[in-house]
Design a protein around this ligand. Structure first.
Ligand code: SAH
Ligand code: SF4
Ligand code: F3S
Length: 434
């Protein structure tokens, strides 16, 4: 009988791509297809621990498998990803979920085949990452995001923003070789992928010898063929005029800048160790807008960082208007054990945090609505990526990231399609195929 697998992914794009690598490994050792949990012979949780909420969500889902494991004792349950890598978490996981078979860290994905093999002999297998300074090249991903393909350029992070757990669970920043990245992208375009997203916690600090991020981007954008090129995430402190110049030079690079501001208050930014002020942030945005006026900026924002006053929160609100973000991911600060901010005094009460985020979301939505409404009547080109059964419509993103829905008689997934927008609803656009 065919062996089947099921992967549950939490967290960022980095994790989505890592789940593709996990699937690639599982397929190489005989697991032939993806299936629902009840039918699977192995279930892998690829976890996230960026906020408490992400963790609780995973705990609930892991706990729910206890019964299934009793019914199917051969079922292997594995927990990997950022949460497994948190200091002290393994102890906790072992106690809370004694039925876990494999626990593996963020850099141990490549050992997964060996860990599964070991599990045949041992009751439980644990393998965590120790900082060895190497990159994780190796596994051939089983890609599931066609027509987009994720490509790692850096792993880890050196920035130590005071609220953030990532540097602790992903280790120090390591850049892949430029040669390997360009070769991977070239192969993907040859295989028919239409969009490449370069991934790193802070792509702007990429470096391989002489090749920095603008140089790398220039090389990838110079690959022949029709495709879109995007990247995330840019740290504002390293966002440079040279990068804007490369974006301007190539039509393939989308004019979409995701530049996480986190806060509009320079005092809070200093406490966050972001290494830019509100004014410097706005200068970077101004530079981008001057050179690429048709471009759009999106961001991440945190409310209720320790000691944030009402006035400082108002500065974040006013930043939303001044920077004119098209959309934003908004978060309530969540203390993470081991980070510097977790030890800070001046926690903000939950009720205040909730009121702040509600106002922030409203301000962001206002921008999103206004910008999307400006699309009605316009012609746009979307890259069709899926079919929405519920709506009975195909969907694809326009070059600035909005989702466009449209009807089509033939399957056009993976094609560039021109549509005329007839209606806008939040970040979604509806249109007619031309
Ligand atoms: N490397 C990226 C972001 C990684 S995490 C960058 O630096 O921009 C994605 C977002 O999660 C962050 O931008 C931040 O807004 C949010 N985040 C990270 N840690 C958080 C915490 N402890 N509480 C709330 N939000 C957090
Ligand atoms: Fe976290 Fe800051 Fe690194 Fe982003 S840059 S991953 S927010 S420490
Ligand atoms: Fe990503 Fe979450 Fe890890 S946001 S880097 S999966 S902690």
């Amino acid at each position: 009988m065919n062996m089947k697998y099921h992967i549950v992914t939490y967290g960022c794009q980095m994790n989505l791509h890592e789940s593709e690598k996990i699937a690639g490994i599982l397929r190489s050792v005989g697991y032939e297809e993806e299936a629902p949990p009840e039918e699977a012979d192995i279930i892998v949780f690829n976890t996230c621990c960026i906020r408490e909420h992400a963790e609780n969500h995973a705990f609930g889902n892991i706990g729910a498998l206890k019964k299934l494991k009793k019914e199917k004792p051969w079922l292997i349950i594995a927990v990997g990803g950022c949460m497994a890598q948190e200091p002290g978490k393994v102890q906790f996981l072992k106690q809370k979920f004694p039925f876990l078979d494999i626990i593996f860290g963020t850099h141990n994905i490549f050992e997964l085949a060996a860990l599964i093999e070991r599990k045949r002999r041992e009751k439980r297998v644990i393998s965590l990452y120790e900082d060895r300074g190497e990159t994780e090249d190796g596994a051939r991903p089983f890609r599931t995001s066609y027509p987009n393909a994720w490509v790692n350029i850096t792993y880890g992070c050196n920035n130590f923003c005071t609220y953030c757990i990532v540097p602790y669970v992903r280790g120090r920043e390591r850049s892949r070789s430029a040669e390997a990245i360009v070769e991977e992208c070239r192969a993907l375009i040859r295989e028919g992928y239409k969009e490449i997203t370069l991934l790193g916690q802070n792509v702007n600090s990429y470096r391989d010898g002489e090749v920095d991020f603008p140089a790398l981007l220039d090389r990838v954008a110079s690959i022949e063929g029709k495709f879109r090129l995007r990247f995330m995430t840019s740290h504002p402190k390293d966002f440079s005029a040279r990068l804007v110049a490369v974006m301007k030079k190539h039509d393939k690079i989308l004019n979409l800048l995701h530049l996480p501001a986190q806060s509009g208050s320079s005092r809070i930014l200093a406490l966050m160790n972001r290494r830019y002020t509100r004014e410097e942030y706005l200068q970077k945005i101004a530079l981008f807008r001057r050179e690429i006026p048709e471009g759009e900026v999106t961001t991440d924002l945190i409310v209720a960082f320790p000691t944030e006053t009402d006035e400082e929160f108002e500065e974040t609100l006013s930043l939303v208007r001044e920077a004119d973000f098209s959309s934003a991911f908004t978060f309530i600060y969540s203390p993470r054990t081991g980070t510097a901010a977790a030890k800070m005094e001046g926690r903000i009460p939950e009720a205040v945090a909730k009121a702040r985020i509600a106002r922030l979301i409203e301000a962001v939505n206002e921008n999103t609505r206004r910008k999307s409404e400006g699309y009605v009547g316009r012609e746009i080109e979307v890259l069709c990526e899926d079919y929405d059964e519920k709506r009975g419509l195909y969907l694809g993103r326009e070059p600035l990231g909005r989702m466009g829905y449209f009807a089509s008689e033939n399957n056009c997934i993976g094609e560039f399609v021109r549509i005329r927008v007839t209606q806008a609803n939040g970040v979604s656009l509806y249109g007619e195929k031309l």
